[in-house]
Design a protein. Structure first.
Ligand code: HEC
Ligand code: HEC
Length: 345
């Protein structure tokens, strides 16, 4: 072959490869969306005053019954807003039955918690702080402790101007929710979806292709690569046969009491998943390749090859985003002590 023909052959191969890359990008864009700049809505604005108050409340342990527990106890700033435990531990040594998901990008999900019991991050925060994870049995105790710290009244007034009694559960939820709505964590996959095909390595693109081809994408799709809808965990086999879970959590059934919802869970968003081990609602699986294998087996009835597990895991690694700027700013909280024995509860 002459030099020229060899060059022509090479260009043809290149053209085919470029076509395949374009096609994959097109398929990905049909199924996923890149992250927006902010997760504010008309009803849930991220005003600087609300975000400032919400950040303080998120890191505030004095709202718990024994002064040990803030949201950030289980959604740590030194990990991607998780605690790294299979199942979380809260105030008064209360052991929660489930694994803490990250709050990064969570406001985009169509519901909150593994069983989707809360529609929004605002509802989640308002209800969560009043409950057992904080050792509380209602918001009154939270309100009393916040009122005992003089610095909070002005922060609430600035965040909710014109209100007579702004320290209430509604506003707690709105402020913490506003903070959470700033916690966007963009990854290389977003750059890819925005049109930069080489933002993913060839191995990651191969994994993306597999993820689409074999049907992971039927459940994990959209802007959160999941985060929408409820599906049975264990479509073709009981999940505990693959995870070794000793407790058989019934998921969504616990919320609706509808037999059709038994063992259904919210399809979790897979953004940052490589950094948020251990896996599943009960933290029963320690590493990502094993979690991928379990999914293949119990959701799709497929024994994935080592090669497929590796490339899918590589693709999932491309979903790890930068830590949101707002999450790096750990606040200085208003001064004031935890109530003494006589003033407690
Ligand atoms: C004691 C540990 C603990 C504390 C404290 C805690 N969380 Fe969580 N968080 C969890 C666990 C565990 C879950 C999953 C619960 C479930 O699905 O049943 C969760 C779920 C969430 C979710 C849902 C994410 C998703 O993808 O569904 C959000 C949002 C959240 N927490 C925010 C907060 C906020 C805000 C606070 C403070 C008001 C807080 N958490 C305090 C452990 C904790
Ligand atoms: C039929 C819907 C469905 C399909 C198909 C599916 N998943 Fe899932 N996936 C889920 C549900 C539901 C969960 C939550 C399970 C639980 O309760 O822990 C989940 C959980 C996961 C988790 C753990 C997330 C975490 O934060 O702990 C990973 C990783 C995962 N899926 C990856 C995949 C991969 C890879 C595929 C393809 C091989 C796949 N999924 C196919 C519905 C599905």
């Amino acid at each position: 072959m002459t030099m020229r023909w060899r060059f022509f052959g090479f260009m043809m191969l290149l053209a085919v490869a470029v076509d395949a890359d374009d096609e994959l990008l097109g398929q990905a864009r049909d199924r996923f969306r890149s992250l927006p700049k902010d997760m504010a809505t008309a009803d849930a604005p991220t005003t600087p005053e609300r975000v400032r108050l919400g950040r303080a409340l998120f890191f505030e342990p004095r709202i718990s019954a024994d002064g040990t527990t803030s949201c950030s106890r289980c959604h740590l700033p030194t990990l991607p807003a998780i605690d790294g435990l299979p199942r979380s531990i809260g105030a008064l040594d209360f052991h929660l039955p489930r694994n803490a998901p990250t709050v990064f990008n969570a406001a985009l999900h169509s519901s909150q918690h593994w069983d989707g019991r809360f529609p929004t991050v605002e509802d989640q925060a308002r209800t969560g702080v009043a409950g057992k994870g904080f050792g509380n049995s209602g918001f009154d105790a939270v309100k009393a402790r916040l009122e005992a710290i003089p610095g909070y009244a002005p922060l609430f007034r600035e965040a909710f101007p014109g209100q007579v009694d702004p320290i209430n559960d509604e506003n707690f939820g709105k402020a913490v929710g506003a903070f959470e709505r700033t916690l966007i964590s963009r990854s290389r996959f977003d750059e890819y979806l925005d049109g930069r095909a080489d933002a993913l390595t060839p191995a990651e693109r191969k994994g993306l292709q597999k993820f689409i081809e074999i049907g992971c994408v039927d459940c994990h799709k959209g802007v959160g690569v999941g985060g929408e809808g409820f599906r049975k965990f264990g479509v073709v086999a009981d999940y505990w046969t693959a995870t070794g879970s000793t407790v058989h959590d019934e998921g969504r059934f616990g919320v609706t009491n509808n037999p059709g919802d038994r063992f259904k869970f919210k399809v979790p968003g897979l953004r940052n998943v490589e950094a948020t081990a251990p896996y599943f609602h009960d933290g029963s699986v320690a590493d990502l390749p094993k979690a991928v294998r379990v999914m293949g087996k119990v959701q799709l009835g497929e024994e994935l090859s080592d090669d497929d597990v590796a490339s899918i895991s590589a693709f999932l690694g491309s979903l790890t985003g930068a830590e949101p700027a707002e999450y790096q700013k750990v606040p200085t909280l208003p001064s004031g002590g935890f109530p003494t024995e006589s003033g407690r509860r």
